[in-house]
Design a protein around this ligand. Sequence first.
Ligand code: HEM
Length: 406
Amino acid sequence: MTKTTSLDFSDPLIQANPYPHYAQLRQEAPVCWNGRSWLISRYDDIVTLLNDPRMSSARTEQTFAVLPPDVQQELTPLRTILGSRMLLSDPPQHTRLKAIVAKAFTPRMIEGRRARIEQICHGFIDEASDSGTMDVMADVATKLPGWAITDILGVPYEDQPRFTRWARDQVLIYDRAGTTQDRVGVMRQGQKSMLEMKEYLEVIIEQRRHDPQDDLITELVQAEEQGDRLSRDELFGMCVALLVGGNNSTAHLIGNAVLTFARHPDALAQLLAQPELIAPATEEVMRYDSPVQVTSRVVKEDMEFQGETFAAGQGVLVLFGSGNRDEAQFANPTQFDMTRHPNRHLTFAHGPHFCLGVSIARTVSQVGILTLLQRCRNLQLINEQVEWLPGFAFRGPHTLPITFEA
Ligand code: HEM
């Protein structure tokens, strides 16, 4: 008989600490139906399904299907743009896009900007740190990734705040929490900001075609794989993917890291004594408290999986946050251990859709986390109780007020 669950991961009480609930699912109902989707909570099952060609990422239609028909009609421009995005497409469209775009992501392009990212991070802390208190999220974590990614892309610094707003509106589209009425509002706002962003970026893309610069938009305009290039719409979709994918998850990661170190003073002392540990420490935060808790797929054809029957068209939610704490994969999974090796966490996904921005995410988050911890000596949380972001897909503190010795 099909295993079911009534767990609601958007319930604020569960959201505060979903991990015991995941552990219960892994133990009692590792593949179960929640009335809308299948939930997959074990590490090995997540990896298997993310590599299974019967799982589709073309989930744009599902996102819109819950909306009233007249609203769906009104949102046609948004639907068209989302449908062309790499993250939401399957082979052969996905394979082709990823092959072209991968050409633009050179290590030189990212590493060459590390010093600039450090400099801007110091600038944010300088602005905030006079009083010995700051909100890590508002003052640094939500500013730094957006700044870094727009800079890497080649958007002028003064226009960056608009991208933070646009990116926030786009991210909400993927969080399916809330009533239909809430969803309509979120989707309308999503379309409005998407069209504003399109108008803005098309001007820059056109400029780079005629006047190439040392930036990622130029690399994307020029990127070519066996004579094939991105169309105008694909190029725009790619810029959106980078701005949206890159902005919030990296911000949440920085917030989750500061919170984790504030709660693990021994680990903090060790990191300050051995800053070279920042890379494994950042990976361990990703495993221990992932900024991306879940992603979804749509079943392409009827199939059997772990004794359950998945029907074509049903949704599948793979719980990264649970896989990252699976005792079958990680020894002492509830323990924060920044020397953990190997650490094959799932936070950047697995298989064909593995995060494209992984090098940018790692560089920006390592710089942000280490600079914050080094500058904010004797860091203390002002509120032990954390106010988490609403929704379930993305996990991070809404605000993170701290005191420290500058
Ligand atoms: C800590 C930060 C980040 C995390 C945790 C993260 C996580 C992820 C995950 C889980 C996926 C796969 C989703 C799925 O399969 O449904 C993904 C895909 C993607 N990410 Fe990231 N990401 C981060 C930062 C970034 C950054 C900085 C960028 C770009 C600047 C970026 C760009 C992308 C793109 C373009 C994809 C789509 C790849 C594809 O479909 O093949 N991400 N990311």
